[in-house]
Design a protein around this ligand. Structure first.
Ligand code: NAD
Length: 332
């Protein structure tokens, strides 16, 4: 069987880290990316990291003809579908752009898979599909809901895949619900240049970096009156290298068993904003000034994964803890 795996959005943050993990595991990853949120020299850096030429197609998923040409050029064992817009706040301002890119891109990809007989897909979903879950840690069976256009695009993506499975029982579909990916490859080579970032960073880690670099005066901590030990919001952060390894395990499971699965990828542990500030200050050796401000609309008190199913189905367990996640996020 072919060992080629198509990575849509493979030049992006999680895609590039997964590229390295797949190459290390003996697969031949092939990138398809329109570089709307990626550096053009990422393929060269991936070649440097893996010691092998990087197969990469500059292609927009919305361009059906170009997409078809990529499928004609290779025999793929499976697809990992990362390509999407991902910023929640941006999605509230530009819902149509998110529906067009995230749902439209998936629709075209599914069509190309059908036309070319590719029957295995890993889909980048998100913990955001759990909305404000009253159950913590969150199992995959928890009720799903969307609280913003980005979340809706992921929820509908999962539902589209569910309907594809009905029509094609032989397909093997992996839905991976990521919690909060942080960190970078230890080489530092996979860091996106700020000038090429079109998806505004909205998460805690990019803001901690800005404060440490002095481009932001202080961190605003949104709410210290949540029902958590120190009153600040708690999230499940996962090192991107652990996340990348999760994709290798998911692909191996699809290829070896042809069984579908839906799995959380997190550590199963929540860290509060104050714990993150303390750990990051230690990692970068600089103080992180912060101020307490009122809660932000739409934020939830806690969100962390029940990781039992990931262990059962994929044998997945994280290796990296908070100190490494912070150390590997810090770039001078
Ligand atoms: N980073 C996170 O915090 C997070 C959390 C949960 C889920 N996810 C999901 O994981 C996936 C990857 O996220 P990421 O952080 O690596 O994002 P990213 O923006 O770094 O990577 C996405 C890549 O897709 C490409 N792309 C976007 N639209 C495209 C299109 N129409 N055609 C071709 N290429 C296109 C971009 O150029 C980029 O390289 C996304 O689907 C995202 O929604 C990310």
């Amino acid at each position: 069987m072919t060992d080629k795996i198509l990575l849509t959005g493979g030049a992006g943050y999680i895609g590039a880290h997964t590229y390295v993990a797949l190459a290390k595991a003996g697969f031949t990853p092939v990138i398809l990316d329109n570089f709307s949120n990626a550096d053009h020299d990422t393929p060269a850096r991936l070649a440097q990291l893996t010691g092998k030429a990087c197969l990469c197609h500059e292609c927009d998923l919305l361009d059906q003809k170009a997409l078809d040409d990529v499928f004609k050029a290779h025999d793929f064992a499976a697809v990992v579908h990362f390509a999407a817009y991902k910023a929640v706040g941006d999605s509230v301002a530009r819902p149509q752009a998110y529906f067009n890119n995230n749902m439209g891109g998936l629709i075209n990809l599914l069509g190309a898979m059908e036309n070319h007989g590719v029957t295995r897909i890993v889909f980048s979903s998100s913990a955001t599909v759990y909305g404000d879950s009253p159950v913590q840690p969150i199992p995959e069976t928890a009720p799903l809901s969307a609280t913003n256009p980005y979340g809706l695009s992921k929820l509908v993506g999962e539902q589209m895949l569910g309907q594809m499975q009905v029509a094609h029982p032989e397909w093997a579909i992996s839905i991976l619900r990521y919690f909060n990916p942080v960190g970078l490859h230890k080489s530092g080579l996979l860091r996106l240049s700020p000038e090429n970032t079109t998806q505004p960073p909205e998460n805690l880690m990019p803001r901690l970096l800005e404060v440490a670099h002095g481009t932001r005066k202080q961190l605003s901590v949104f709410g210290n009156d949540y029902d958590t030990p120190d009153g600040t919001g708690m999230r499940d952060y996962i090192h991107v290298e652990d996340l990348a390894r999760g994709h290798v395990l998911a692909l191996e499971a699809l290829i070896n068993t042809d069984q579908s699965h839906t799995v959380n990828l997190g550590t199963g542990r929540g860290y509060s904003v104050l714990e993150m500030i303390e750990a990051f200050a230690k990692a970068c050796g600089r103080p992180i000034p912060y101020e307490m401000v009122p809660r932000r609309a739409g934020d939830v008190a806690r969100c962390y994964a029940d990781v039992t199913h990931a262990k059962e189905v994929l044998g997945f367990e994280t290796k990296y803890g908070l100190a490494e996640m912070c150390a590997d996020s810090w770039v001078e």
